[in-house]
Ligand binder design. Structure first.
Ligand SMILES: [Zn+2]
Length: 508
């Protein structure tokens, strides 16, 4: 080597060749995190630990201005990396130094730091941006919903692109500080705890903190004129709810549902184990959408969810997600059954608790109400496909699979499994295969064939001869729980009524 270095001393280029072979050249981070359904969602090469979002929002014009400070660790020697974002960026700094940046594809922001980032090193990224999110369309929709007095960001899987740059995939969770400046008299609602607020010169700043790991799609922001209610559940969980001051005829039913959050989170804690977060609640903005979403600690409810009267069942569903979906997040979007099958099943347990139909009666009803030629049975809840991960079958056939599991292992093992899963995987990510392993370990029974039949095999599984179709009393509230976001709405505008093509209608 010595001889070679001397020979090459005149050439800086050749000198570089003398770098030991173990130091591989830095390479670009992948433009996606590796999700088979959504290959460009999330990114490779780094892992985010914290988002600090400092925002200013003007309801009159829908102008959002922000500075995002992202704390991350490089997971490879990085020459450049991507963020996922759709608003206009004016400046990017990496470790305090200006970085080159360029928009690419549908939602990629490609960032090239002034110097490569060594594997394992701490990285601080600052992104300054602005935009009118309601005018930014991706895949034909915006997940940013304007209201008469503000706006809301709440959608799944796409939501973050319209208000902050991120590694937009549940596989990279992080803590959040969200600080929002809005005109005085207007409120800003986000996840976690309101740590402080202050007003001066006609503007009010709200500082929210979510101190537990949170998936990017579970981060939410609402600006508008809200009534806030606060309290503490009997079990000791702080509750913060918010209602638009303009809910009209839905106001009473919304409050009669969401004000039971504390009671319901305590009831769920008795099934799933201690509540994993430091606050809980929901908010009901004056949006024209029809769905609800399990945004972490602060559930999003469309007023339409209460158009038929109070609905505690949807509250149960979204709060069940705090364990199944939020604390334990899916590793890949194909694992969506771990979220929706169990949140739906929690509604069945609530029905049983309320004396409005047992889980078995609901299972019998779902099974009998879909004839064998119903497209419902062609959806595999364990792998529903990228086009419609929120198909009705993921919920209802998904809950049927949970009931089959209960029958196979018996109540004692079943409820131990329900509690062990969010305990053993708290704040992490997990897969259906890991769930099967846990359930087999606890029950001592092989469950592969059962899950294969109910989660991964198209067609109606063999079952008992059809009995008389008896609809449990809780059915209407369960069926009214809609979760289709903007993605589905964007290509099915006519779906305002009930089911369309076996999908879960928005508000039924
Ligand atoms: Zn759900």
């Amino acid at each position: 080597m010595r001889k070679r270095i001397i020979a090459a001393a005149a050439s800086a280029v050749l000198l570089l060749l003398a770098v030991p072979a173990s130091a591989a050249a830095p390479t670009p981070g992948a433009p996606g995190i590796g999700d088979p359904y959504y290959p460009t969602y999330g990114n490779g090469g780094y892992d985010v630990s914290h988002y600090d979002l400092r925002l200013k929002y003007q309801p009159a014009t829908d102008l959002l201005e922000g500075t995002a400070t992202i704390l991350a660790t490089a997971t490879q020697d990085l020459s450049r990396f991507d963020l996922d974002f759709a608003l206009d960026v004016s400046e990017v700094l990496v470790n305090g130094r200006p970085a080159r940046f360029a928009a690419d594809g549908v939602q990629e922001l490609v960032v090239t730091p002034a110097a490569p980032l060594p594997k394992g090193s701490a990285v601080t990224v600052v992104v300054r941006y602005s935009g009118t999110p309601s005018e930014v369309s991706r895949y034909g929709f915006t997940a940013w919903h304007r209201t008469p007095d503000g706006a809301v960001a709440a959608d799944e899987p796409e939501s973050a692109w319209w208000w902050f740059p991120s590694n937009d995939h549940p596989a990279d969770k992080a803590t959040f500080d969200v600080s929002v400046l809005v005109p005085e008299g207007t409120q800003a609602i986000s996840n976690g705890v309101l740590t402080s607020q202050s007003s001066q010169r006609g503007w009010t700043r709200y500082n929210w903190r979510e101190n537990k790991p949170q998936a990017t799609y579970l981060a939410t922001l609402a600006v508008g004129r809200f009534d806030l209610t606060t309290g503490t559940s009997a079990g000791g969980v702080p509750v913060i709810n918010a209602y638009s001051k303009d809910l009209g005829d839905n106001d009473g039913a919304a409050r009669a549902s969401v004000e039971r959050t504390g009671e319901i989170v305590d009831w769920l804690s008795g099934i799933f184990g201690p509540y994993p977060f430091s606050s809980v609640g929901g908010y009901v903005p004056n949006v024209p959408t029809h769905y609800a979403l399990e945004t972490q600690t602060r559930v999003f409810y469309s007023p339409a969810q209460f158009a038929g009267g109070a609905n505690t069942s949807v509250v149960v569903h979204e709060l069940a997600h705090q364990w199944y979906g939020d604390s334990v997040s899916l590793e890949r979007w194909s694992d969506i059954w771990l979220n929706e099958g169990f949140a739906r099943y929690a509604q069945w347990l609530w029905s049983e608790h309320e004396g409005e139909g047992t889980a078995q009666e609901l299972a019998d009803y779902v099974y009998a109400s879909h004839p064998a030629d119903d497209p419902f049975w062609q959806v595999e809840p364990g792998d529903p496909g990228a086009d419609d991960p929120f198909a009705l079958a993921v919920y209802d056939r998904g809950a049927l699979a949970v009931q089959q599991l209960r029958g196979a292992v018996g109540d004692e093992a079943f409820f131990r499994i329900l509690r062990a899963w969010p305990t053993e995987h708290r704040y992490g990510n997990a897969t259906v295969a890991q769930f099967q392993a846990l359930a087999e370990r606890i029950s001592g029974k092989p469950l592969g064939p059962l899950l294969q039949t109910w989660l991964y095999t198209p067609g109606k599984p063999a079952g008992p001869a059809p009995a008389a179709l008896r609809q449990p009393h809780s059915w209407q509230q369960i069926e009214a729980t809609g979760e289709h976001g903007s993605r589905a709405g964007s290509h099915a505008d006519s779906r305002a009524g009930t089911r369309v093509g076996g999908q879960l209608g928005a508000s039924q």
